[in-house]
Design a protein around this ligand. Sequence first.
Ligand SMILES: Cc1cc2nc3c(=O)[nH]c(=O)nc-3n(C[C@H](O)[C@H](O)[C@H](O)COP(=O)(O)OP(=O)(O)OC[C@H]3O[C@@H](n4cnc5c(N)ncnc54)[C@H](O)[C@@H]3O)c2cc1C
Length: 402
Amino acid sequence: MFQPETLNAQLDAVSSDPVRTLIIGAGVAGTSLAALQRKRGRHPVLIERASEHAPAGYMIGSLPLGGNLFHTLDRYGNYLEASCDINAYEMGDTHGRVIRHFGMSEIFAGSGDFRGIDRGSLIDELSSGGAVTFDTTVTEIEQSAVDVAVTFSDGMTATFDVVVVADGINSSTRNLVQRPSDLTTFDSKWGGWVVWAPAATHAEDTQAQDTQPPGTYSEFWGPGRFVGFYPVKNRVGVFVGGPRHDTAAGPAEFGRRFRAARPLSAPLESALDALAADPDPFYWEFVDHRSARFAYGRVVLLGDAGAGFLPTAGVGANMAMDSAAALDDELSRTGPDTVAFALELYERRRRPRVIAAQTNSRMLARLMFRRSRLIAWCIRVMMRWISITAALGGIRKVIERR
Ligand SMILES: Cc1cc2nc3c(=O)[nH]c(=O)nc-3n(C[C@H](O)[C@H](O)[C@H](O)COP(=O)(O)OP(=O)(O)OC[C@H]3O[C@@H](n4cnc5c(N)ncnc54)[C@H](O)[C@@H]3O)c2cc1C
């Protein structure tokens, strides 16, 4: 859990640090970087636009790439306690018929654990009592050769050696340092709702059908429909979506049309029940963002603010944590005069990996997010024969940092 702190108190603490750092956004990336820097005895100022008790979000599949960061923080046991084991992946059609079921132990053997965790618990574990100032943003960033002057939303001003912009995929802060043409997007034209379902419903249903034990990621997709189940500790994150042209009808009507294609398996019925039961489900638009650069002098874009991912990647949070570790490393090996150079080194180190993963997720989106029955049929046939290495090879590459 965070320790809410005043901005003044954080500014006092950072004033004698070797590199005075401001981190904007206490999400996955910003909190990871703050925790790593604090482990080194530094006092980065961490601010967050949301208030202290704002809802913290949805389910995250945490790969060794991200989760292994808890070893550095000496909190791996706490992380395991707050998450659940994910050991299998299954794919099926939009009636809920399972086409393939893969055990995932082979994919992760020797590299770490694949865990399901909700974003709030992940951030709680990362923050581990660190300071944050809630309800705060930045309205101006002015760089000089020697420092960065920042104006906060309450009118207060301060100078830093480096500013880390980690305010997520819809970052407004990056507009203070980049030109609009620096930002490009890829629109899959799909989207859908994310809701929570009780773990028991999914586990009981699936066990009754003898198709999967708990700890299984399940994705059912076909022409114009997608349903996914992503367990975390004690509950399951459920995604129900399709082309935005269809989801524009709203969750009730989309669910009604979905049910018209009966028979549906019990898990799929339960997904639609969970969607119907949520009075205000979170809608996720499948549009990604890519910044032409991460480093702008003494300001750097971290996590989704630099490159935000489509769900087909399933790696946004993991990349954010891995990037935070790389940035922490570069910042620990620089002084106030060489910050811009350190950020360039960071960009060279991270950008190829992040962009490769993002490009891969765009390619998958082009393949998966279709309305064509013929293409969906071809993919179903392909699924029957595909090997585990081919199906989950992308994840393996990410883990191996290839
Ligand atoms: C439904 C869903 C499921 C996902 N599942 C996975 C998954 O299984 N695996 C995976 O790896 N990734 C997953 N992701 C992606 C992952 O959540 C993101 O890639 C990750 O959170 C990026 O971290 P971040 O810190 O850059 O952004 P965020 O975690 O979004 O954090 C940004 C923070 O900045 C704050 N903020 C915004 N604007 C301002 C401002 N102006 N000033 C100050 N603070 C601000 C926000 O309130 C937020 O706390 C999923 C995303 C969604 C939506």
